[in-house]
Design a binder for this molecule. Sequence first.
Ligand SMILES: Nc1ncnc2c1ncn2[C@@H]1O[C@H](COP(=O)(O)OP(=O)(O)OP(=O)(O)O)[C@@H](O)[C@H]1O
Ligand SMILES: [Mg+2]
Length: 254
Amino acid sequence: MAKVISIANQKGGVGKTVTSVNLSAYLAALGKKVLLVDFDPQANATSGVGVDPRKVDFGSYHILDTKIPAHEAIKPTNSLGCHIIPASFDLAGAGVELVNMKNREFRLHDAIIKVRTDFDYVIVDCPPSLGLLTINGIVASDEVLVPVQCEYYALEGLAQLLETVNLIRENLGKDIDILGAVLTMYDKRNRLDREIAKEVRRNFPGYVFDTMIPRNVDLAEAPGHGKTIFQFNPLSHGARAYKMLAEEVIKRTS
Ligand SMILES: Nc1ncnc2c1ncn2[C@@H]1O[C@H](COP(=O)(O)OP(=O)(O)OP(=O)(O)O)[C@@H](O)[C@H]1O
Ligand SMILES: [Mg+2]
């Protein structure tokens, strides 16, 4: 039975998608069967693994309606061992459509239940908000992984997300753990980055992954080529960091 891990942070541009795509790629490279679910209408994870969101017949939007079973939306990616339920641009309307649906917080959870047995990990890339899409992503998961960019308001953002997960647990009765926070776009030469990394570790002891994702131009360029960092430049600092993160995730979840 797959572990479902949502990659969430309501703040935009902190590295959720880069982490979803490259963590998935390295989990697969380490022999795990991975399903990436793109749950962001921007569809960046979808194009990041070489799938064109404009050509998606069935994707994460369609499986929210019980008429389309999840297995019909699963496509191969350019990484061996990694499949995707892609996002299509009509997912943008789902945030509003979900409001009037029955079990509106559990639609993704219920949709992927049947395919969980086929994978070791399901990784859900959430959009930058705390709306119903993100809530569906979190409710669908066993664990939440929070990318945290090394910047001034990182602590507030992380605290708010942890509080949201607590509220979901209490109000919806769903057991969800925090897998951890991973520091992203870290520049060790920058004093502010070093201080923020230290502060996050001090304020959230035990939560923060040892692995830090460095600021690395290859990680920013790979998606433009529809490639993961494993395919684009496996010798880069960014690639090595995501491999270490994947190993740490496997250790923390087994
Ligand atoms: N470690 C890194 N080094 C350099 N650039 C990075 C790194 N991680 C992410 N980026 C770049 O930063 C930008 C934001 O990253 P990403 O899209 O993963 O964030 P996000 O949290 O998914 O954003 P959104 O909230 O819009 O979904 C992108 O342009 C990406 O290429
Ligand atoms: Mg994103």
